[in-house]
Design a protein around this ligand. Sequence first.
Ligand code: FE2
Length: 360
Amino acid sequence: MSGSLSYIIPFEPPPLLRERITVLGIESTSHTFGVGIVEYDGGRRVSILANVNKRYVPAKGGIHPREASITHMRNSKEAIEEALAQAGLKIKEIHSIAVALGPGLGPCIRVGATIARFLSSRLGKPLIPVNHAVAHVEIGKLVSGLSDPLVVYVSGGNTMILAGREKSYRVYGETLDIPLGNLFDTFTREIGIAPPYVVGGKHALDLCSEWGSEFIPLPYVVKGNDLSFSGLLTAALQLARREGRVDKKRLGDICLSLRETAFNMLVEVAERALLTTEKKSILLVGGVASNTYLNRKFELMAGEHNVVYKATPQEFSGDNGAMIAYTGLLNFIHGIVVEPSKAYVRQRWRVDEVEVPWVR
Ligand code: FE2
């Protein structure tokens, strides 16, 4: 990140605290060890002073939790030092420490939690618990300036439609089995075109889709307002193994059809949730938010309903430390802190269990 970025919090913070503070946030729930630092001016302005993210990339296969956690441990010191240097601050000048305690992979979350507990106790700074999913939503809202959107959260670990209501985020639809990002990663890995999953900003599935031109019908599974991708994955894999091996164009058709089917399912449930919730804007967050093709689909759908549509820019859509620091700040100014000895890891901490006092 070059230079600090300044934003206005898209709601009125409570009059609890009217002073300048800095929060250092640690993210380690999955493949990224991230350290972000934000500065709050005591009013509504927040500056992102640092956002340093070190990613674990598996040599082959998917994320191995223990291997990822070891990589996080190795990267942690450097990431914290780099973030402090970016912000031009010393650790003693940090007011409080925020950490993502879940949901995610146990061994990975524990690395961030251990470091955060240590920093908090050693330096005598408040410790702030942060839910990773809420953090994706909040950073998206901050950089887009949208105060009350329908949120579509799509990543390697999550697929959910969320909307704020009475101090929490309610789930208006979610995957019943695998997340959308995981569908794309598993498919491309199984047919031998990944990892790496992303090349030049494009997912391997997007690159493969460019070889094809014809749509092949695949299982389209929407149950109520929930989604199921596992049947789609199996069907696409069977087809690719049978027909895609010999013919690049045919493999392209399968990739294109898989992407088209999965995205259409997602847009369908999001559209229904939009009509149910009557929100006036849609916000895409999570690692898949930067997908150009998905963005085009959401732009069209939002245009038809005359609502604003925004996607979170890449720097803040994937897992990152800045989103934990910023959400930590929101928690702190609403009085949410935790004793280091009680900062437990919560692998299955659902977003709709989190108290979000700033949401009306
Ligand atoms: Fe994430």
